[in-house]
Design a protein around this ligand. Structure first.
Ligand code: DUC
Ligand code: ZN
Ligand code: ZN
Length: 454
């Protein structure tokens, strides 16, 4: 036996129990009380939680937008993931334009990650206008380990609702899951024109420029397309209570609709755009209201939203400062490193989620939805030994200077945390311990997803 974690509280999607965990090579060998203490390394984890490594199912590391590149690349992005107890991230393979075959975009992205990643990773395949037609490319990327497609209802990557319907039909045939950024393009465009006409283009108007109604309308239309196609669908970064309610209602009708939200939509509000740092909080969709926060927490607890991911897309304050208006300020915020600590403190400790519920939304559900389960997302013999030692007694005030993003700021500066990551193991290897990153570039592997019946 290579490693024994002794005396901790093992948290699975179902329960919390005191048990030891034995690791052999890269896999969990056994979980149980009083396991034999003959191991190359024994760590006393009395009083600590042992969690499955978190999965951040929505990140953008090393992402080009025009001339601009995100602050975090594959190395710093996955390093900060390790420091936050995240052992798998799912990023995106996006074609440079509709003429670039999906397989080429995927090959390029895999090559970028290969020597840089410090934690394991998967990829969602972005599908651009026209690429939803069946040319054999969709099936080919699935053969290479991609189980999900990503489309947008706005931006230059915008697919119309009918095209999304066509992709949903292809995905149903292939067993893949379509994931959708939902903001109605016409509503967002019309609102931008109105604001431009009255000179209200400062980043302070960001939330106003992308209203809740735009998200709600797009979610409603996409759910309708999914129903007509008979296909499951996954809505990324749900920011509104109204959107979450539409997802819950569709699920109550028996439709397979899944929803993801992010810590910033659970914990922050649009008041942040009123301050001098509005650009630092600018992401799409925007922050909403306290009421939206509350409804999102409720739907997370009820299981109608299944995943919390971060949409980590970081820009430094200098990059952000280049923005003169809401529509040209780099959009996105860092988040992966604080995902698990925030969800524990503000979810579990504040009584909004149980520990097993937290494990479901951070590990088990994303692993199942994206074809990584049971290799990832659970604590069981035979699964990868992706383990987080979490110390519930550690009190931390979040400070950017203690975090590892190249963006060098956090939108959660000053947040008080009760509990923090003590150590992270990736496939049995200690990659973060007591504040120190111990991993190395290239040790993260691409984990091909397997198509599973959802
Ligand atoms: N919005 C997105 O949809 N993706 C990345 C960052 C952002 O703000
Ligand atoms: Zn998005
Ligand atoms: Zn995104």
């Amino acid at each position: 036996m290579d490693l024994l974690l002794k005396g901790g509280w093992v948290v699975t999607q179902e329960r919390v129990e005191q048990a030891d965990i034995a690791v052999e090579g890269e896999k969990i060998a056994a979980i149980g009380p009083d396991l034999e203490a003959r191991a190359a390394a024994v760590r006393d984890v009395t009083g600590k939680y042992i969690l499955p490594g978190a999965i951040d199912a929505h990140v953008h590391y090393q992402m080009p937008i025009g001339e601009l590149l995100t602050a975090d690349d594959w190395f710093t992005g996955t390093r900060l993931a390790a420091c936050g107890g995240v052992t798998t991230v799912i990023d995106y393979a996006e074609p440079a334009g509709p003429a670039e075959p999906l397989t080429e975009a995927l090959a390029k992205r895999l090559e970028e990650a290969r020597e840089q990643a410090c934690v394991d990773y998967g990829l969602h395949q972005v599908v651009l206008p026209g690429q939803e037609e069946d040319t054999g490319e969709l099936a080919k990327v699935i053969e290479q380990g991609v189980t999900s497609f990503k489309v947008f209802t706005t931006y230059k990557q915008c697919l119309g609702y009918a095209a999304i319907g066509r992709l949903l039909k292809q995905a149903r045939r292939l067993g893949a899951l379509v994931t959708v950024h939902c903001e109605d393009h016409d509503l967002v465009t019309a609102r931008r024109r109105e604001l431009e006409a009255t000179g209200q283009t400062d980043p302070a108007y960001h939330a106003n420029s992308r209203p809740a109604a735009a998200e709600v309308k797009a979610i409603e239309k996409v759910i309708r397309q999914a129903a007509a196609a008979g296909a499951p669908v996954y809505i990324v970064h749900v920011s509104t209570g109204g959107g979450a309610e539409l997802i819950a209602a569709a699920r109550a009708r028996g439709q397979q609709v899944f929803g993801e939200t992010c810590p910033h939509y659970l914990l922050l509000t649009e008041e942040r755009y009123a301050g001098p740092d509005s650009r630092l909080f600018l992401m799409c969709p925007p922050l909403r209201t306290v009421k939206d926060n509350r409804i999102l927490w409720q739907h997370l607890a009820s299981g109608d939203l299944q995943v919390v991911a971060t949409d980590h897309c970081s820009y430094s304050p200098e990059q952000k400062a280049a923005g003169t208006a809401f529509y040209n300020t780099p959009s996105g915020v860092p988040g992966t490193e604080t995902l698990l600590p925030l969800l524990y403190s503000y979810g579990v400790r504040q009584g909004r989620l149980t520990l097993p519920q937290m494990v479901r939304v951070l590990a088990t559900n994303p692993a199942r939805l994206f074809g990584l389960y049971p290799r990832k997302g659970c604590l069981a013999p035979g699964s990868d030994a992706d383990l987080v030692v979490f110390d519930p007694s550690q009190e931390v005030i979040l400070k950017a200077s203690d975090l590892h993003s190249a963006a060098a700021y956090t939108i959660f500066e000053g947040f008080a945390l009760q509990g923090y990551v003590e150590a992270t193991y990736l496939r049995g290897r200690l990659i973060y311990d007591l504040g120190r990153f111990l991993g190395r570039a290239g040790q993260g592997e691409f984990i091909p997803g397997k198509i599973t019946v959802l």
